[in-house]
Design a protein around this ligand. Structure first.
Ligand code: UT7
Length: 324
């Protein structure tokens, strides 16, 4: 082995009990199952209980990732949570998870890059591990988007949802793996587009978290192009082509965006992990939730090349390519 790599040792996930269908939403706002299905591909989504904060979702996903790795909290030296819906402005969700799990005092902080949050968090954790500053980091994407949607705004409340996913990222020097692990990460942001997807509030402006405002058509226009571009960037960086990728695990915002990206890459939909129909858009949680599903049902196996990509408010976008 020539250099240290960060390996995805295990995954975990948690979805809240309550399932909300499109028909349930049609009772709240002027919408229909037909509109939501055709425009977004979403059929149903999970919604957290009123008294269930993001840290509770994150903790449950993290516990499962730990269990699946056969490790205990004492084996971990970092917790990084990607979230845009923290329990409180501070402290971070990560320190709450660290404390609840009993992880020894190491690094713990949140990353805020909205729907690209998990890609950003995975990249940051990868840097800590390859710089030998940490050996095992729990990287979690957790969101309670239902707490920041305006339930009277049909353009957003039918799309966003709640959930959490986690991966246990481990230094290859602690594992028996030759070419496994994260191959590269590619992150981008362009704040010129901050006004096409945002919340109309915040701690230093209104003093409240505000609600999601989205100019969907505008975001859509950027999504397919930027995500395809960053995927091409990740592939060419590693001297690969799309046919070398076993599975694409995209951010789950809209089935049409996912299909458009796959088409541009000439990838069969069988190679694309799709959960948006049952999960809705869970922002930073969507990729680790989808990854966990495909690992658990045996589609993604050791040795597979997996490409994860996302675009979110900011705009932020990025991709991570890994040999699972
Ligand atoms: O995860 C972060 C990144 N986010 C995304 O990637 C989301 C990107 N955008 C999208 O996924 C799509 O733009 C949406 C699903 C949000 C919307 O689909 P669209 O095909 O772009 O629809 P639209 O916004 O152009 O709206 C079409 C029509 C409008 O009516 P008019 O103006 O044409 O008369 C809307 O008022 O649909 C209307 N509409 C609805 N009708 C029924 C908007 N929301 C709804 C609704 N039910 N829930």
């Amino acid at each position: 082995m020539t250099h240290t790599r960060a390996i995805i040792r295990s995954t975990g996930a948690y979805l809240p009990e309550k399932i909300m269908t499109n028909d349930d939403l049609a009772k709240i706002v002027d919408t229909s199952d037909e509109w939501i299905s055709q425009r977004s591909g979403i059929k149903s989504r999970h919604i957290a209980a009123d008294d269930q904060p993001t840290s509770d979702l994150a903790l449950r996903a993290a516990k499962q990732a730990l269990e699946n790795a056969g490790l205990t909290a004492a084996d971990i030296d970092g917790v990084i949570v990607a979230t845009t819906t923290p329990d409180s402005t501070f402290p971070s969700v990560a320190v709450r998870v660290q404390s609840a799990l009993g992880v020894p005092p190491g690094i713990a902080f949140d990353v805020q890059a909205v729907c690209s949050g998990f890609i950003y968090a995975l990249s940051v954790a990868n840097n800590f591990i390859t710089a030998h500053q940490a050996k095992r980091i729990l990287v979690i994407g957790a969101e309670k988007m239902s707490s920041i949607v305006d339930w009277e705004d049909r353009t957003t409340c039918v799309l966003f949802a709640d959930g959490a996913g986690a991966v246990m990222l481990e230094s290859s020097s602690d594992a028996d793996a030759d070419d496994q692990g994260i191959m590269s990460a590619h992150l981008h942001a362009n704040g010129d587009h901050a006004d096409i997807l945002y919340t109309n509030g915040g701690p230093s402006t209104t003093g409240e978290s505000g609600h999601i405002v989205m100019h969907g058509r505008e975001v859509f226009k950027h999504a397919v192009t930027l995500m395809s571009d960053v995927v091409e960037e990740a592939l060419s960086h590693n001297g690969l082509s799309a046919s070398d990728v076993d599975f694409l695990v995209p951010h789950q915002a809209n089935l049409r965006i996912i299909e458009g990206t796959a088409k541009k890459l000439k990838m069969s939909l069988d190679q694309v992990v799709i959960t948006v129909d049952r999960h809705g858009n869970t922002s930073a949680a969507s990729i680790p939730l989808a990854l966990h599903e495909a690992v658990s049902d045996g589609r993604i196996q050791r040795g597979h090349t997996v490409l994860m990509e996302a675009l979110g408010a900011g705009l932020t976008w990025g991709a991570v390519i890994a040999k699972f």
